[in-house]
Design a protein around this ligand. Structure first.
Ligand code: PHE
Length: 372
């Protein structure tokens, strides 16, 4: 079962020519880390639930098992993502076939939940994005979406225009949530753009001497409400990244650890205990390997990272461009440094050399580049 919708993973046909979901990603479907009460992501989810339960007399309805396989319409069209937006590209999103994707955000469920009549809801789930590799990026992560629809009554009573009223309420709600999770914390609002909200904001919190973006939010575009049976209402929505917050709250240094089944990781967390600081069981040394090649026009870093992840699994910590030049003939060369490090054990030279040889082979055969 994947989510509330019964899907036999064997029934998902992945032989469409447009399919770009590798096995390493497909095997993550249905794991639902956010539904484990002893896992940092589950503990965080429950703490956010508590905040909404305590502060609102109208209950927020929670959905944490909606199917991550959604239509292009749900993921993009329904939330007004323009036809030419980069997030729709095969380079950024996992497609099962031309009409079906692994959701890249929990906003994919907004429209259907509006249509079903929900006015206060939270959607928590695994989301999927093709991306580069470093300690804070992993192609599968978890989001929580929150949506509140205001009644026409409440808006009238306020005497304000609906958009300003909703924006003020939204900021108050999320500042309260940040304090609930972090205690006294410095925060700031940054104006931004999302296709589905206007105005749109990001909330940043000050942590370890830098500003960290923790969520996106805004006042829902009227067009979305209108199309889904809420023509006369006003609403706000937010989407926050659970890993980002959990890394800060639990001191988790690398995003791969969330997927670890090593007891030395899993045993450190218990139900209901937010903010227990993770003690690294030992820091194994990284090993660096460089690789240079002439690229073609079709080359993208996301494709490179997928090849590397496909061969090395979670043994890769970072893939970083360290040199980039174009010669007189117009040929462009890239040099990438791959950092290998296991979170759980030390790696042997032999093992790493073998991985690196496989990576070189596949990079050359699959990415149409010329190794130097
Ligand atoms: N869906 C946005 C993202 O993934 C976050 C968001 C949700 C922003 C809802 C505004 C409103 O980045």
């Amino acid at each position: 079962e994947i989510g509330g919708v019964k899907i036999d993973k064997d029934d998902v046909v992945r032989d469409d020519p447009t399919n770009n979901v590798p096995d390493t990603i497909f095997t993550k479907l249905g794991l639902q880390l956010h539904r484990r009460d002893q896992h940092p992501l589950g503990i965080l989810k429950n703490a956010i639930y508590d905040y909404f339960d305590m502060n609102y007399s109208t209950k927020f309805v929670k959905f944490d098992d909606l199917c991550p396989i959604v239509s292009v319409k749900q993921n993009f069209d329904d939330v007004l993502v323009p036809a030419d937006h980069v997030s729709r590209s095969y380079n950024d999103t996992y497609y099962i076939d031309a009409q079906t994707v692994l959701r890249c955000h929990t906003s994919a469920h907004q429209a259907e939940l509006f249509r079903k009549g929900h006015t206060h809801f939270l959607v928590i789930g695994d989301v999927y994005r093709r991306d580069s590799i470093d300690s804070t990026h992993y192609p599968v992560f978890h989001q929580m979406e929150g949506v509140r629809v205001f009644s026409t009554d409440e808006l009238e009573k306020s005497g304000m225009d609906g958009t300003s009223y909703a924006a003020i309420d939204l900021k108050k709600c999320l500042e309260g949530l940040a304090r609930h999770l972090f205690g006294a914390v410095e925060m700031r609002w940054v104006d931004t753009y999302f296709p589905f909200t206007n105005p749109s904001f990001e909330l940043e919190i000050y942590f370890k001497e830098q500003w960290l973006e923790v969520l996106g939010c805004g006042v829902t575009e009227q067009e979305i409400l209108k199309r889904n049976g809420r023509e006369n209402n006003v609403a706000w929505a937010f989407g926050l990244g659970l890993e980002r917050l959990a890394m800060v709250l639990f001191d988790i240094p690398d995003i791969r650890l969330f997927w670890s089944t090593d007891e030395r990781f899993t045993c450190q967390f218990s139900e209901g205990k937010l903010g227990v600081k993770f003690k690294p069981f030992s820091k194994f040394p990284p090993c660096y390997k460089d690789m240079s090649f002439w690229i073609s026009d079709a080359f993208t870093e996301n494709n490179l990272c997928e090849v590397v992840r496909g061969i090395t699994g979670d043994l890769v910590e970072e893939v970083k461009l360290i040199d980039n030049f174009t010669n007189k003939k117009g040929m462009t060369s890239h040099c990438y440094r791959i950092a290998y490090r296991s979170m759980e054990r030390s790696l042997t030279d032999d093992e790493i050399n073998q991985l690196q040889w496989k990576v070189r082979e596949e990079v050359e055969s699959k990415l149409k580049v010329v190794l130097r």
